[in-house]
Ligand binder design. Structure first.
Ligand SMILES: [Zn+2]
Length: 480
């Protein structure tokens, strides 16, 4: 049996207003080459000036990933030639990353696993090649858009601690969740603000040696990461089981055919001739600044999940789902504060009706028209018996669609629960009269059939009858 050894490199664009070394805007959808200047184009004589916000985000992320923040760092030049890099070098942090030796805890199938973070470093993004007419090999010509050149990136490198494709998937979800909680990046894979490269080798289970690494590229979703790794585990295991050897190479994930395809062999490490960036001074990060940034850290998803379990006595599943985003967790806590009933009731409504309607309509939590207070008010109306739990679902759908308060909807649509005994008795008698056979069966001892009569009353009242009272009144009448 083989086990996979997986490491992941994630690049995230930082949500700063301007680029890492110049005042150009970082806007994603600007016309090609409109957000450029001599600095990010690398024209002779142009000098970089460091963006303080990007460093702050680097510190913040390092702290959230439990990394040690370096006190003295510097930038290095990574030299290579490629059309999307008009300077012919990238400014990055090679020898002194801003953060190192951290970890994040990931829950995989109910078990917590720790994945160590090797390093977190800042660098500038490259431009973007646009291949006219399709792929890089099939295009008639290519164009360069340097709007992206110089946008600040954080590279987050894991240790090879990941042991299954599922774990890789959960690691990426947790990392993205943390970054979104921090608000340092919007993490949109489809816009390229989060990109990942994965390396994988296999080894006999129990071995502490590393096998030959294969790098995977073109991973456009976290699911693609998981599936490409599943494919690679099978492929590499077959190669070794058949007496072959895994080759060190870069492979491309082909989404359409769900296979990896060899792109290029990697016979030796590339030589980037790194040297300290001479146009930037050394970077000193004062301890006081790090402490100050620490005070701005929000409660992170892992800690919040644990607190939801202990403070609100929620099951693991609820706590994980509700803390998936900061906004959803805030929504839940606000609703709980407004409602005096159980937190689990609030959780059930959010996980059930609210998320169902959000998914069905493609609505984000930030756009939801039902305020946490309105949800709490509706739950109070159920508790008071003003509306039934069943009617509440109709009311909630209306609240979700129209943004009106539950009181207004219940009034407008006449949805107040019928709890008037005389009125209910009238309907109960009518139902018994129309279903004499069933009534006789119940009188003869077939108790279960009472559910049918309750159903008939609910139908006649369009769900507005108080079911508990209907049940009691029916029993009363049928025992006479
Ligand atoms: Zn610029």
């Amino acid at each position: 049996m083989f086990e996979p050894v997986i490491g992941i490199e994630v690049h995230v664009q930082l949500k700063t207003e301007s680029k890492l070394f110049c005042p150009c805007s970082t806007r994603f959808d600007a016309p090609p080459n409109s957000n450029t200047c001599p600095v990010c184009l690398g024209l002779p004589g142009a000098l970089p000036v460091l963006n303080k916000k990007a460093i702050e985000y680097g510190i913040k992320t390092s702290l959230a990933l439990n990394c040690r923040v370096t006190e003295s760092s510097r930038f290095d030049r990574k030299n290579y030639f490629y059309p999307d890099l008009s300077k012919n070098y990238q400014i990055t942090q090679n020898a002194f990353p801003i953060g190192a030796d951290g970890y994040i805890d990931v829950v995989v199938d109910g078990t917590e696993r720790r994945v160590r973070i090797k390093r977190v470093h800042l660098e500038e993004d490259a431009g973007k090649s646009v291949h006219e007419g399709g792929t890089i090999t099939g295009a008639a010509y290519s164009l360069e858009d340097y709007n992206r050149a110089g946008v600040p990136l954080l590279e987050i490198v894991s240790e090879p601690d990941i042991r299954s494709p599922k774990e890789a998937y959960e690691y990426l979800l947790m990392l993205r969740r943390i970054l979104l909680y921090l608000g340092v990046s919007d993490c949109k894979m489809e816009e390229g603000s989060l990109r990942c490269d994965v390396n994988i080798s296999i080894r006999p289970k129990g071995s502490d040696k590393f096998g030959t690494q294969v790098e995977l590229k073109n991973l456009n979703s976290f699911r693609a990461v998981e599936r490409s790794l599943e494919y690679e585990v099978r492929r590499q295991s077959d190669v070794v089981a058949n007496g072959g050897e895994v080759v060190r190479e870069t492979r491309h994930w082909d989404e359409a055919s769900q296979v990896t395809v060899s792109m290029r062999l990697k016979e030796r490490a590339e030589d980037y001739r790194y040297f300290p960036e001479p146009d930037l001074p050394k970077l000193k990060i004062e301890k006081a600044w790090v402490e100050e940034v620490k005070t701005t850290l929000p409660e992170l998803p892992g800690a919040r999940r644990m607190r939801f379990i202990s403070d609100y006595e929620l099951p693991q599943y609820d706590a994980a789902l509700l803390t998936d985003t900061r906004e959803l967790a805030d929504y839940f806590e606000a609703a709980v504060r407004e409602y005096d009933g159980s937190a689990k009731t609030v959780s059930n409504w959010i996980m059930g009706e609210l998320l169902r309607l959000m998914n069905a309509t493609g609505t984000e939590i930030g756009e939801v028209k039902v305020s946490p207070g309105d949800l709490a008010d509706m739950l109070k109306m159920i508790d008071k018996g003003t509306i039934s739990g069943k009617i509440a679902k109709t009311v909630f759908e209306e609240m979700f669609a129209e943004g009106k308060s539950p009181e207004v909807i219940v009034k407008e649509k006449g949805l107040v629960q019928i709890a008037d005994e005389d009125e209910l008795l009238r309907i109960v008698d009518q139902v018994i009269g129309e279903n004499q056979e069933v009534a006789d069966e119940i009188k003869a001892g077939k108790d279960k059939a009472i559910g049918f009569l309750v159903g008939q009353v609910m139908k006649l009242t369009r769900g507005r009858a108080n079911p508990k009272m209907v049940n009691e009144l029916l029993r009363q009448r049928l025992s006479q």
